[in-house]
Unconditional design. Structure first.
Length: 100
């Protein structure tokens, strides 16, 4: 099945509140998953899936690998009011075969 790719923009500040579990009243946010999908020398790349206003979204972000990498990650070159592209996604039920 083909789905149209929908890109939505959220502010960096809003996404950081989701990452750091610092929602404000009325944000209507539910984190579905936040997993490390790649590791590099200085940062870990995360895939964040969250629900907001009854829609699901996916965004990638970098987190410093240790406390010594202060200043890298979290869209560090963007101001808090700048917009970040986020992809709208849909839950899909899949059946897999596992051999035991």
């Amino acid at each position: 099945m083909f789905r149209l790719v929908i890109i939505i923009q959220f502010t960096k500040e809003f996404l950081l509140r989701i990452i750091f579990d610092d929602y404000e009243d009325g944000d209507d946010v539910n984190v579905i998953s936040d997993n490390i999908v790649d590791t590099r020398r200085w940062t870990n790349e995360h895939e964040l899936i969250f629900k907001h206003d009854n829609k699901f979204y996916k965004v990638y972000y970098d987190e410093p690998a240790t406390e010594m990498q202060d200043g890298c990650g979290y869209w560090e070159f963007k101001k808090n009011d700048e917009m970040i592209d986020v992809k709208e996604v849909y839950p899909v039920k899949k059946t897999i075969i596992v051999y035991e």
